[in-house]
Design a protein around this ligand. Structure first.
Ligand SMILES: C=CC1=C(C)c2cc3[nH]c(cc4nc(cc5[nH]c(cc1n2)c(C)c5CCC(=O)O)C(CCC(=O)O)=C4C)c(C)c3C=C
Ligand SMILES: [Fe+2]
Length: 369
């Protein structure tokens, strides 16, 4: 018999849903991860999307399985997000007692736990105050935009009576805690070079690229990534030379450059042997850091005779970053308290220039209220 005070009757007050891309935790999840990814018209609009997604996912699965095989069998995104969310909720309970208790939920776009799984749990927990907290520091219609559209669609089914009151953290690309963590990781990375070489190390900030079609529509991601880079370099007093480069392009169409691997080789040819790669648009390790940067580009550099290529740590479970996550949510909860400002940011409420996606407008209207 459960008493009135049993723990299962204690309801969480504030739910924070951490939205991210996700990744296959195991080899046999790779196909479905790719199928969901290529089925997403907000990320890759394809003619005959459903059919094309099936064909491309099937064709691509063996190659991508092998990449995950080489990084230990699966993506570590879920492990890191769980660790980050658990630490964040503990810090929040201490620094924001007025909105406690806090509970995190994970909503990945292409891997488990998917948005419906997070919403089912939130409903079971009786969450009434909910925060959609994107785990992409910089906003792109292809990433945070896609996650928000999915959240909007799923909420029609999971909460038709709109019992949950939502607000949205849609970007945090120049938050001091983010900037400080990246700057610390750069300092640690530079410290691994011999003292007489340290000042000559080139810092290469690497972000996932975007197709030029999306850039040309005015997507805010490139300028927000650049703003993060400038804030970090400012924090470091511009102590080293640096460059912003773009990785992971897929398919034959033009993508935003310069490409990370080409920049590494080009700099090497010009005599810059010591290069520190810094992942700048993702909050944890994933296949693009562990496989692409460390193994693939590392090997290409080695073959070209570049011996000084290293990588700064990802944010992962760095305590400075965990504190930053809690600070971002605390400030947001304060700002959006009943007497506070709008539940969505000004940038999120404005339609992106060139956007013709009707769902985006409906999503904005839904979360604005
Ligand atoms: C800020 C991060 C990311 C942006 C922006 C982004 C845009 C984007 N991605 C694709 C296509 C693919 N991405 C894939 C994997 C993948 N993408 C990101 C991040 C961003 N993508 C991450 C972290 C990962 C890996 C997740 C993990 O498992 O650890 C893939 C799958 C791998 C592959 O097939 O190569 C594709 C495809 C597009 C088209 C795009 C912008 C339009
Ligand atoms: Fe991607």
């Amino acid at each position: 018999m459960s008493s009135l005070f049993s723990p299962d009757l204690v309801r969480s007050k504030t739910g924070i849903i951490l939205m991210n891309l996700g990744g296959p935790a195991k080899q046999d999840e790779v196909h479905d991860f790719l199928l969901r990814l290529f089925s997403d018209g907000d990320l890759i609009p394809l003619p005959f999307q459903k059919y094309a997604a099936q064909v491309i996912a099937k064709r691509r699965t063996p190659k991508i399985k092998e990449q995950y095989n080489q990084i230990g069998g699966g993506s570590p995104i879920r492990k890191w997000t769980t660790e980050q969310g658990t630490a964040m909720e503990k810090i929040l309970d201490e620094i924001s007692p007025e909105t406690a208790p806090h509970k995190h939920y994970i909503a990945f776009r292409y891997a488990h736990p998917l948005t419906p799984e997070a919403l089912a749990q939130m409903k079971e927990d009786g969450i009434e105050r909910a925060v959609a907290f994107t785990q992409y520091p910089q906003y792109s219609c292809t990433t945070t935009g896609s996650s928000m559209n999915e959240l909007y669609r799923q909420l029609q089914e999971w909460d038709p009576e709109r019992k949950m009151k939502w607000s949205v953290i849609d970007r945090w690309h120049v938050h001091p805690g983010l900037v400080q963590t990246v700057a610390n990781h750069i300092e640690e990375g530079l410290a691994k070079y011999p003292a007489d070489k340290r000042d000559g190390v080139i810092i290469l900030f690497s972000a996932h690229s975007l197709p030029m079609e999306i850039v040309n529509k005015g997507d805010s991601y490139p300028s927000e990534v650049a703003a993060t880079v400038e804030a970090v370099m400012n924090k470091l007093n511009y102590k080293n030379s640096y460059k912003l480069v773009w990785q992971s392009q897929v398919g034959p169409r033009p993508w935003l450059g310069p490409q990370t691997n080409k920049a590494i080789l080009g700099l090497g040819e010009n005599g810059y042997n010591d290069q520190l790669l810094v992942p700048i648009a993702f909050t944890s390790d994933h296949v693009e850091t562990l496989f692409e940067l460390d193994l693939e580009y590392g090997e290409e550099a080695h073959e070209a005779g570049i011996t000084g290529l290293t990588r700064a740590e990802s944010l992962n479970a760095d305590p400075v970053f965990l504190q930053a996550m809690a600070d971002i949510v605390k400030a947001h909860l304060k700002e959006t308290a009943p007497e506070g400002s709008s539940p969505i940011s000004k940038q999120f409420s404005i339609r992106c220039p060139g956007c013709t996606n009707e769902t985006c407008m409906n999503t904005r209207d839904y979360f604005r209220q």
